[in-house]
Structure formats: C-alpha cells, structure tokens
Design a protein around this ligand. Structure first.
Ligand code: ADP
Ligand code: MG
Length: 687
C-alpha cells in the first residue's frame, strides 16, 4: 500500500462518515482510509444463492426473486408490536413474508412488483415463510441481496450497514490507486492475485473462490513482510560463516552424570555437533518440553567449545535461574579445568568489573547470567558459543545484540514453551530446529485436577499430608494486572492468611517479582534446601527452576493463565522420584475456562497443549506474538494458514539467498519493509 494521500486521508472525510461516526470508527482502530481498507471481515454472509421457492428448505438462508401476489396487511396485536404480512410467488410456489416492527416496509411494497428477498426460511405448518427478510426491488438488486456481503467486527453504535458503506466508499476512493509491491514473477510463482483485486474481493467478493484468492494474497503478503522485517532488523542475510570446532572426547563430562542421556538428547547433541564442526554459523533452536533435559545438552556444547579454546555465554531470563544453572554447571565443570562465572544485575560492582576483565582476557570459559551479559562493556576474548535459555522471554533484538558480541559465535536458543510449528517458522524462520521429544525415563506423569472453591479445605489437607511425608509444595498466584503492586499483594495476602490459618505450623515462604533479587534468591535457596515447606509465589518461578523434592503445584485462579503457562508452571514439579500433583483452582464458570481446564487435566504433552491453546484463542489473538514484541497480524491466522506460511518460507529463502531485495523489482517491497521496521519494530520490548 503506497502512502498516497488518499490512503492517509482521515476517515471522517469519507462519504457517509463525519465527526460522530469517525469517533466510533476510532474505537475499531480505523482512523484513515488505509485503516478501513485493512479492517478485514471476520466472516461473510452469502446472499448470492438465488433459489426457486419450491426448492427451499427449512432453516436455510438464501435469496429468492418473487412477485407480490397479495396486498400488504398490517396488524398491531400489542402496543409495541406491529406485524406486516404479504404473500409472494415466483411461479413455482408461494412464500409468506413477515416483518416485525418495520412499519416503513409497507410503503415500499407494491402488489404486482418483483423483488429480491434475502432471509432465513422457516416452515410454518404447510407453508414456508421468511421473517424480516432484506428486500430490494428486482431492478435495483445487487447491493444487499444477490451477493456475498462481508461481516465485520462491530462496536456499539455502528451497524454492519454503516461499516459496509464506509468500506465500500473507501474502496471507491482507492480504486486504481493501489500500489503493487509484490513483483509479478513472485505473484505468478505463488499464485497471488493483484493487490487491487485482493482488496476489492476480500471485502465484497464476487464469489467465495475470489475471496479465497484475495485472502491468500493478503495473508501471503502479511507473513512475507513480517518475516522479511524480522530478518532485516536482525541484520541476518545469507548463510554466515562461523567457527569450525574440532571433535572432542565427551566422556570426562558424561562420566560425571548420574544418568544416561535419552536418545532424544543424543540425537539433538549430534545435530549441534554437526553444526559446530562445520564452518557454517550455527543458528539452532532447541525445543523440549519442561523437564526434557535441555540444560545438559547445552552444557555439552559448552564443553565442546571450551575444549576448542572458545568461550561461551549462557543467558537466562531470571536471576534465580541463572543462579541455579551456575551452581549445577560449576559443579560439573569443577575438576574438568573449565572456569565458570556468574554475572547478574545484583552482582556487586567490584565483582562485576573483575568478571568483565577476566572475560576480556579469556580467563573465563563460561559466563552465565541475565541481561547483564548484554551490557555494552561486557567483552569476550574469544566468544565461540552463545546460548539463550527459555528464549521466549527475550526479545528479538536481544538475540541479535548478543550474537554480535564475538566473531560470529555459534548460536543455540532453547525454549521450554513448546511453540506451535507455525509460530516457530514465523518467529524463528532463520533457525534450524531440534526437538527433544522424549522425557527421561521414570518420569511419571503429573496428576492434574481442576477444582473449585469447595475443594479448598481438602487441598490444604493434601498439602499437609505431603509435607508430613517430607515433600514440598508450590502455590502460585496470578499476576492480576501488569502492576507490581497487585502482584505482590495477592501472593502476600495468601501467604499471610495460610501462614496464620489453614497451614499454621508449616514453614510458608513468599516470593514475588517486587522483591529484590537478593531477597528472592534467599527465599529460593531456602526452598531448595528444604527449609521452606510451602512456597507461595507469583509466576517468577515459572521458568526452569529445579527442586526435585517439590511434588505439589497448586495454582490459584488458573483460569487467568494461558495454557502454555500453566503447563510451564506444572513442569516445576515431577522433577524428582516422587509422585507429583498439580491442582488448578478454577474460579470461572465459563465454557472456555472449563475446556481449558479439561485440556490441562487430560494432556501432559506441552506441544499438544500449545496447539490447543492457539486453536482455542482463535484468530486475532495470536499466541505469543505480542509477547515477542512483534506487530499484530491483521489477516493471517497462524493456526489455519500453515500452507501459505510454507510457501512464504520458500519465497523468503529464495529472496534472501539471491539477495533479491536490492533488485529493482523488489524496490517497493523493500521500501515497505523499511517503513514497517521504522514504525513498528522500534517498540520491541525488553522484558
Ligand atoms: P529442562 O529441559 O526443562 O530445562 P532440565 O535440563 O532442567 O530440563 O532437566 C530436568 C532434570 O532432569 C534435571 O534434574 C536433570 O538433571 C535431569 N535430567 C536431564 N537429562 C536426564 C536423563 N537423560 N535422565 C535422567 N534425568 C535427566
Ligand atoms: Mg531449562
């Protein structure tokens, strides 16, 4: 879409709008003609099917062309009710027409005249009838009947008819002014219709086939630009050269493990090995369900880098997790001659400086930490490998930032939020994907129960019973709003209450996002050491933390969490040899909440859950995309548009590999990408 004047014109100047209606349109995000054109129908009503009356079926919606064969009668059985009736025929049969409280209709209808009616057919005894049909004279028909009409999302005060008129008038203004940004050969190759046609037909399709064609093109363009923008803003071009590592004998490390690797872990490490031993830069995403053992795979890659004389950076989203990784990695590497240090926001200034100096001189092999690693003055002597754990917490920018901190270090990204495949392709189109699709043996499924308030007492009893057997429990409270205040209070309130009442006598700890890192660490360490029986927390414990003795996870207001998040939280238990449980307090009576709880109680596989999550949330609320700081999708639906996405993937690869964006025919597309990056990608969040 070019930024021609017409497209940027305020919507209030479009025929039929004006100030008042413009305010309503603003509520839908429509400020300009361009916004109106990109406000896509959520559905269509097919009024194009014209049927003979004798073919009509009870319950169907369609149009008929018929002549009035009786006078119009009006009755007023009650004060607020007027009923208008007439009879029509098309020569095949008769059809009764009834309108309720639409008195003006009677002035419009004339005995002997032919009209087109659209409505739902109802059987009434022997006779068929339509209630409140839409009506046009046969001569003028084509606007409200006899064609496919768009159905838009609405806001109070605006009707479908208003919105249709606004968009129709916007289309008229834009006619012949659309700018084609996709080169012809690309459109031909992927069967993409022209831009003008696409906008016309997505709003007012001649046929459903045309609509599908239009939609395909618009979805393709949306996903293509998103993906190219991602690649451009990351500065990633073709395959990059990276370091070539020599094979390493892994047995000293493997001998220190108390378990045997699963075959999935072995397979994924092999893939990593191949990447590292080639001179191509590794760009690999490891997906694995919670508890599938991603960390050790990362540690093996670090070991390999270190034995090749390269440093590694291991970045995680929270200090607690950094601490935990640090402790376990350090313990593994202690007598293998590999030095490990921890750098987080709460590292003391003096120590920070010392660590940074050592990293610069190459005297640290592995630096584990939070965002602090990203600070500009952290430099490495010879950085060969960058690992980010629980990637979904990092923005795209950060990934880019870290990978420039060395001479093209290999990149390993790990995520425990299983991402639906479509989303993986969209967000990480530039990454190769490895999946650890197997849990370590002897891991028992976590029994999950969704309960309501009436179970509260029993749940506390159950907690007491488990604690009496030496186990520990988590109770997670939702982050009510994006406000630290509320978050702290609700976890705090609960902790106070159960400490003095329901769970009196047990050691109840509290941890939440408003606490200082040092305090959080103190509490967490106590929990790890078994000095706390019940840990009340917000979602700060969501990722990665490992306390094998905890076997019970209670989640308050579970209806407020996303399914994937619930699965993450549940993954905090079931990490040891004890039978584990997850109890979801569901305070909602809605169907959706019930369905979601049902999914949680019946499915233990994170990948399946994330697919369901995407399916349930449906179009418009795309899982995780906003969380990743990406622009919202207007028309593409990552759940349904997998096939288009695959084509987009191919096109993107072709464009990048052949450096096509610099060609003349891609000039307009390239310019649009720059515009979008400037406008939207600057807001990428750093949470
Ligand atoms: P995640 O994939 O969720 O990050 P972790 O790497 O934290 O999982 O591993 C979870 C737990 O499983 C850790 O205690 C780890 O030592 C253990 N573990 C990892 N691999 C295996 C294995 N092959 N057999 C048994 N336990 C394992
Ligand atoms: Mg992990």
């Amino acid at each position: 879409m070019p930024q021609g004047d017409i497209f940027r014109m305020s919507i209030k100047y479009v025929k039929g709008v004006g100030e008042a209606r413009a305010r309503l349109l603003a509520k839908l995000g429509i400020y300009t003609v361009n916004d109106a054109l990109n406000f896509f129908p959520r559905d269509y009503q097919d009024r194009s099917i014209l049927k003979k009356i004798n073919e009509l079926q009870d319950g169907e919606e369609c149009s008929v062309k018929a002549t009035l064969v009786s006078d119009v009668t009006e009755s007023k059985p009650r004060r607020n009710l007027s009923i208008i009736k007439t009879l029509v025929s098309d020569g095949t049969a008769f059809l009764s027409m009834t309108w309720f409280n639409q008195g003006y209709i009677k002035n419009y209808l004339k005995n002997g005249t032919e009209y087109v009616f659209f409505g739902k057919v109802k059987r009434n005894g022997m006779r068929l009838e339509m209630h409140n049909p839409v009506i046009e004279t046969a001569e003028q028909s084509g606007k409200y009947t006899g064609r496919i009409l768009p159905v838009y999302p609405l806001t109070k005060g605006l009707t479908q008819t208003h919105l249709r008129t606004v968009i129709e008038n916007s289309l008229k203004l834009a006619e012949n002014k659309f700018e084609e940004i996709l080169p012809q050969n690309l459109r031909e190759k992927y069967n993409l219709s022209q831009i003008g046609f696409s906008y016309e037909e997505i709003h007012f399709p001649q046929s459903l086939h045309h609509m599908e064609q239009a939609r395909r093109r618009l979805v393709f363009e949306e996903l293509l630009t998103l993906q190219l923008c991602l690649l451009k803003s990351k500065g990633i071009s073709k395959e990059q050269k990276g370091n070539r590592f020599e094979p390493v004998d892994m047995s000293p490390l493997l001998n220190k493990l108390t378990f045997k690797l699963t075959s999935a872990q072995k397979k994924v490490f092999e893939e990593i090995c191949n990447d590292m031993q080639s001179d191509r830069k590794m760009n690999r995403l490891i997906q694995g369900d919670v508890g599938s053992g991603k960390t050790i795979v990362a540690v093996m890659a670090i070991y390999m880098a270190a034995k090749n004389g390269y440093q590694s950076a291991f970045m995680v989203p929270t200090e607690i997790l950094a601490e935990q990784h640090y402790r376990s990695v350090k313990q593994l590497f202690e007598d293998l001659g590999i030095s490990v240090r921890l750098l987080t926001g709460s590292t003391k200034k003096k120590e920070k400086e010392e660590i940074k100096a050592l990293a610069r001189e190459g005297k640290i092999d592995v630096l584990i930490g939070t965002h602090a690693i990203l600070e500009d003055d952290t430099e490495f002597y010879k950085l060969g490998l960058v690992i980010t754990d629980e990637q979904h917490r990092f923005g795209v920018r950060q990934r880019a930032k870290l990978s420039v901190k060395g001479e093209n270090p290999d990149l390993l990204v790990m995520t425990a939020t299983p991402i639906p495949r479509t989303l993986t392709l969209t967000l990480y189109g530039d990454l190769d994907v490895s999946i650890i699709d197997e849990l370590p043996p002897e891991r028992k499924p976590i029994d999950t129960y969704a309960v309501n308030e009436s179970y509260r007492e029993r749940v506390y009893k159950f907690i007491r019973k488990n604690v009496a057997e030496g186990r520990q429990a988590y109770i997670v409270c939702p982050l009510v709003e994006d406000s630290g205040q509320i978050e702290a209070e609700s976890a705090e309130g609960l902790a106070e209450r159960i400490r003095d009442n329901e769970l009196k006598g047990l050691r109840v700890g509290l941890i939440h996002g408003k606490m200082k890192s040092s305090e959080k660490d103190k509490v967490m360490r106590k929990f790890v050491d078994g000095q706390i029986d019940v840990l009340v927390s917000t979602t700060v414990i969501e990722v990665g933390v490992n306390v094998p003795n905890a076997n019970l996870m209670v989640i308050e207001n579970a209806e407020r969490f996303g399914l994937s998040q619930l699965h993450q939280l549940r993954g905090r238990v079931g990490r040891g040899k004890y039978k584990s449980y997850c109890i979801l307090f569901n305070q909602s009576k809605s169907d959706i909440a019930r369905q979601r709880m049902e999914i949680m109680t019946s499915i233990n596989n994170g990948f399946v859950i994330s697919e369901k999550d995407l399916e349930l949330r449906g179009p418009g609320d795309v899982f995780g995309v906003r969380q990743h700081g990406l622009p919202e999708l207007k028309i593409a639906n990552l759940y349904r548009d997998m096939d288009i996405l695959k084509d987009v993937q191919k096109a993107v690869k072709h464009i990048i590999d052949n450096n096509l964006l610099l060609n003349d025919e891609y000039m307009l597309l390239n310019k649009k990408l720059d515009d979008i990056i400037k406008e939207k990608f600057n807001e990428i969040s750093l949470n």
